[in-house]
Design a protein around this ligand. Structure first.
Ligand SMILES: [Zn+2]
Length: 380
């Protein structure tokens, strides 16, 4: 079955194009075509009403949504609920993210992600395991009782997922460069976070395959004159990706603008770090036994510590335009093409181009989501 998306403005590798029809064939993008192209004749026509069609958003860090938290019940049903909540905000690919927990819960979470992948659940790209191999002093809301060192004995558990991507956030000082190499060799995408690592420790991890930095600036040591630290390494190294939370609260926008001046924009990706509050009207939720309050879109525990976000990806893109001064195309790429590259999926996801998976989001002038497609299947 062929679908022709007509009368839209399309974000492509050549910028935003008008007057082109996007042909979908099954789960893939077939072509960008002239509206008079003969292939449009027998296609199912969808009029985009002059609105902007973007590559579907990809969120590599999402703890919850729609009132549910992955840690509470790491099951395929929870992953499905999170995906449905975030799809309303344009996310068509995501990694359900487990914060620090015990190893048996990590095993259940990986099994849930595996079952979701095997069932072809819309949008599931793998799993993000954030902790428990984190620095106690930078733990944020992670429960200190779970924090531990990472040695070789956990590598087989962590690398169990097949057919999807596994991101592991760890503090480089809680393991060794050799283990980072071992994780990387087993297919895990290692990201540094919740860490006080020195520049040297971080650089040693990068040399062994460290691929990214988790919520840059948050839960990390500071940039100091005589110790660049983990932030200095993240900004100085050109090969690694940085996840950034653009909600106006987690990081001052000036700090993010500074970061964008340090390295290529295609090494930044918008993340939501979302909690159950996204897509839910509930003013509180429970995080590992603690009550988290959502006030003015900010999630905090009883001590005032930030506990993830109530940010959705469409808002993150909107904020990247308003707060970071990016044009819509670049902000959208930070939510699609660049995270796809980080995940090693840049050859089939994150762009509107022939052969790519038909994961798309249609937005109005206010960047409000009007419709999404995952593998060519439109949202209701
Ligand atoms: Zn975190």
């Amino acid at each position: 079955m062929r679908t022709a998306l007509v009368n839209g403005r399309l974000l492509t590798g050549q910028g935003i194009l008008s007057g082109q029809t996007l042909l979908l064939s099954g789960a893939r993008i077939e072509a960008l075509a002239d509206p008079n192209d003969s292939r449009c004749r027998d296609a199912h026509l969808v009029d985009l009403g002059g609105q902007l069609l973007l590559p579907g958003f990809i969120d590599v860090q999402v703890n919850g949504g729609g009132g549910v938290l992955f840690n509470d019940d790491p099951s395929p049903e929870t992953i499905r609920a999170i995906g449905a909540a975030h799809r309303r905000f344009g996310t068509t690919g995501f990694l359900p993210t487990l914060i620090s927990d015990d190893l048996s819960t990590i095993g259940r979470a990986i099994a849930a992600a595996q079952a979701s992948l095997d069932a072809g659940m819309p949008g599931v790209l793998g799993i993000h395991i954030e902790g428990p191999f984190l620095n106690w002093s930078r733990r944020g809301v992670h429960d200190s009782k779970h924090l531990r060192l990472l040695d070789s004995s956990s590598v087989s558990l962590l690398s169990r997922l097949r057919g999807g991507r596994t991101v592991l956030t760890l503090a480089p000082e809680m393991t060794t460069p050799e283990i980072v190499a071992e994780l990387t060799a087993s297919g895990i995408l290692v990201s540094a976070g919740h860490s006080d690592a020195s520049y040297a420790e971080t650089a040693a991890a990068i040399a062994q395959g460290l691929r990214g930095f988790t919520h840059l600036f948050n839960a990390m040591g500071r940039l100091e004159p005589r110790e660049p630290g983990i932030v200095g390494a993240a900004l100085y190294d050109e090969s690694t990706w940085c996840g950034i939370i653009v909600d106006g609260h987690h990081v001052d926008p000036i700090m993010l603008r500074l970061a964008l001046r340090c390295k290529r924009h295609d090494r930044f990706m918008l993340v939501t770090d979302a909690m159950p509050a996204v897509g839910s009207a509930e003013p509180t939720f429970i995080l590992q036994g603690r009550t988290i309050r959502v006030v003015d879109g900010i999630c905090r525990d009883e001590n005032g510590t930030l506990a993830g976000t109530a940010l959705d990806m469409a808002s993150a893109v909107r904020n990247a335009v308003a707060m970071l001064g990016l044009d819509i195309a670049e902000a959208a790429r930070m939510a699609s093409e660049y995270p796809a590259e980080f995940l090693g999926l840049g050859h089939e996801l994150g762009r509107i181009a022939p052969g790519y998976r038909a994961n798309l989001v249609l937005v109005d002038d206010g960047l409000n989501v009007r419709k999404t497609w995952i593998e060519g299947v439109a949202s209701a």
